[in-house]
Each structure stands twice: as C-alpha cells, then as structure tokens.
Design a protein around this ligand. Structure first.
Ligand code: FAD
Length: 377
C-alpha cells in the first residue's frame, strides 16, 4: 500500500508528537510513525521537569517559549497536562558552585528570567524540612515547573488526528528513499511506502540509525538514567530540588498526587541503550533524598525504572536541516527533551513549512562547533 503526506514524522515521543501537531496546525498533512507505542522511548520514562535555567543562549530562549506554551497547553489541547509552576531550586554546597550559579544567573537575567541566588535560610523557607548543613544557598527560579509527559504527548497526538493527520503505531520505518539528493518516501516494516517531500527524524536515541538510512550521521549517544517514585504523602514543597554534588540527586513532589519522583546522574555515566534497573540506585537514591529532606525517612518507594538520555556532544539539542534535502532532524535533547518539546516542535514545524523558524535554530545545527558545553546540564 502507498500513501502521501506533506510531512512524515518518525518517532512518537514528545518531539515527534509536538512537531507533528504544529505542522498539522499549519495545514500540513502529517503521517507520524511510531515503531512501538507513543512514549515507549525516553518520553515515558522522564520525570516531567521544566526549567529555563540554562546558560546556552538558544536553550534559554527556547525554554522561555516552551514555558509560555506549557502555561496555555491545557486550553490548546482541550485537556489538562498537569502544568504546575512550582519552580526549580538548584542547591550550592560550596563557594565554587555558588559562583557558577551566579555566573549562570547573570546570563539568565539578561533574558528577563525571574531567577536569583537566595540564602540557605530562604531555601529552608521554600523547602520546609530541608537540611541546611553545609548549604551556601541556591539558584531559585519560581517560573520553572512540571507537567505530565504522557498527557502532553498523547494530547499532541490527539491533536494531530483531530487536524486530519495520521498516527500509525507499531509501525517501524525501515528505509528512507532518496532521489537526486532529496527525500522521496519512507518504507515501513509492513512494506507500505509513504511518499512525502519532508521527513522528520524524531527518533530520539535511535536518530543515528534513522540518519544512516540516508547517509547522514547524527551524533547522539545514549546514557542510562534511573528514576523512582514514592508513595504519595502530604504536600511538603513546590520546587524541583537539584543537588549537583557528585553524590547528589534531583526530585520533585508531583502536584496532583503527592508522589515524590526523582533521579540522579550516575558517576561514572552508564553508556548504552540498556534500561535495566540497578540495586545501587534503589539503595542510594532514597538515602540521598533523605539526606536533603530528613522527614522523607520512612516514605516508601513504589517503583523504580530506567530510561535513556540521548546525548549530543555538547549537551544541547540537534535540530534543523541536514545535507539531504527535505530530511530534517530533531534529536539529541540531552536529558531535556520533554521541556524543550513544545517550543522545538513549533520551531521545527515553522522551519519545515516556511524555512524560517521564529527563533533561528542555527545554534542547534548538526554542523556546529561542539566545543562549548552547557553548564547547567
Ligand atoms: C529517567 C529520565 C528522566 C528524565 N527527566 C526529564 C525531565 O525532568 N525533563 C525533561 O525535559 N526531560 C527529561 N528526560 C529526558 C526526556 O525524556 C527526553 O529528552 C525526551 O523524552 C526525548 O524525546 P524524543 O521524542 O526525542 O525521544 P523518544 O521519547 O525516545 O521518542 C523517540 C521515538 O522514536 C521511536 N523510533 C525509533 N526508531 C524508529 C523507527 N525506525 N521507526 C519508527 N519509530 C522509531 C521510538 O520507539 C521512540 O518512541 C528524562 C529522561 C529520563 C530517562
């Protein structure tokens, strides 16, 4: 069977879903192909944190746009996405970290972000029960927040269908056909061919496999990250708490249910696509949470799981055109793809439809200089 579309989107995570939605809204006939089920990749394993506290120029501007979209997304999609503007509090336990945060804050305030360095006492007021032992203070931005990755992604997918597009699950792209340097079609594992002048590679950690189908290298490498969720408890505090120490962690209380959900970045990193759960995480993570907020002692863990961060070489997304005409990429979200999703989706759709996104995406281009890494990873 063959069919046609204006744009074929490969991948049913947040990036494919958001881009497909904005494309459909701009009048494109969209066919989105997901080899498994929506959110089966990294998106369904993410903890829903959303922040504009970055140091990279375009990341900050994209996140200001994403937060603007998140704040109205429930109305736009006609369903709650559990958006809650509870803030992010990055804790500093030494003067070197404080200086790094102050440098970042200076950059962020230049974009009008409401962020400041607050004292240890003020941190304790925002997070009642926080152990202030050794705490120097924290970088606090009250306009950061959280939302539900499933509700956001499924909301965008429903929007694609409402706008006349198609979402085909359990459908894997096996081949991307190119003629005279231009994309022509994709061929699926069911043998169907879908012809389109535009093809978006939104395959997350697998973007390099899809890129290879047209001879384009996408420098994305997967690292394993683990998470847990606790039983629900009375409301304790609002912000995502981030401890950047080598034995630190980050966690937030879910606004709707009262569960705590959190992760840490392992040292050393665990490269590769395996998403097994470790004994180390399930013993270490609760210890780290209780060290920061002792009154969490005794709260039971319900579940642990793991997923992958699709890392680019410098920790910023890979978005834009490729050397093959009509073949676009939006991948390498480096652990921040959920929060980037709404704005990246809108900007990629503008790029595909008009060639001119409302924020130029050059700083995320595939052929950029990767030597300057994001400091607020
Ligand atoms: C533990 C953990 C916590 C996280 N917490 C946060 C957070 O708080 N905030 C945040 O912003 N981000 C967070 N992230 C990162 C975030 O989950 C990712 O950056 C984001 O989900 C990437 O979305 P994506 O659409 O690019 O990729 P994915 O969600 O992986 O989607 C890609 C999809 O492509 C499909 N696919 C691949 N190849 C093919 C093919 N050939 N044909 C068809 N389909 C294909 C896959 O099945 C997959 O569903 C977290 C990640 C993890 C693992």
């Amino acid at each position: 069977m063959s069919k046609t579309a204006d744009t074929v989107v490969i991948g049913g995570g947040i990036i494919g879903a958001a881009t497909g939605y904005y494309l459909a809204k701009m009048g494109h006939k969209v066919v989105l192909l997901e080899r498994d089920f929506p959110c089966s990749g990294s998106t369904g394993r993410c903890i829903g944190g959303i922040r504009a506290q970055f140091t990279h120029d375009l990341s900050i501007r994209v996140m200001l746009e994403s937060i603007r979209i998140f704040s109205k997304l429930g109305d736009e999609l006609g369903q709650s996405v559990e958006w809650h503007q509870g803030g992010y509090l990055f804790l500093a336990f030494d003067l070197e970290r404080k200086k790094a945060f102050l440098d970042a804050i200076r950059i962020q305030q230049g974009y009008g972000l409401n962020v400041e360095f607050i004292s240890a006492d003020k941190c304790g007021q925002i997070v009642p029960g926080l152990d202030q032992e050794g705490l120097v203070g924290g970088a606090y931005c009250p306009t950061d927040g959280q939302a539900d990755p499933f509700k956001v992604t499924y909301g965008y997918l429903a929007g694609i269908k409402r706008l006349g597009g198609e979402v085909l699950v359990r459908t894997e792209v096996k081949q991307v056909r190119v003629r005279r340097g231009r994309v022509v079609s994709v061929v699926t594992d069911k043998g169907d061919e879908i012809f389109a002048p535009n093809i978006l590679n939104a395959a997350g950690c697998w973007a390099d496999d899809v890129g290879k189908m047209v001879g384009v290298e996408i420098p994305v490498k997967a690292d394993r990250h683990e998470s847990l969720v606790t039983e629900s408890v009375e409301r304790l505090f609002d912000p995502m708490l981030v401890d950047y120490r080598s034995d630190g962690c980050y966690f937030v209380q879910h606004i709707g249910t009262g569960h705590f959900i959190g992760c840490y970045t392992p040292v050393p990193l665990v490269p590769g696509l395996q998403i097994d759960s470790s004994d180390e995480f399930i013993t270490e993570m609760p210890r780290r949470m209780v060290r920061l907020v002792p009154k969490l002692g005794g709260v039971k863990v319900l579940r642990q799981w793991a997923g992958s961060y699709g890392m680019s070489p410098d920790g910023s997304p890979l978005c834009g055109k490729t050397p093959v005409d009509g073949f676009y990429v939006a991948s390498g979200m480096s652990g921040h793809g959920f929060m980037f999703g709404p704005a990246i989706g809108k900007l990629m759709a503008e790029l595909i439809v008009s060639g001119e996104p409302s924020l130029p995406l050059d700083q995320f281009a595939l052929d950029r200089d990767f030597s300057k890494a994001e400091a607020m990873k």
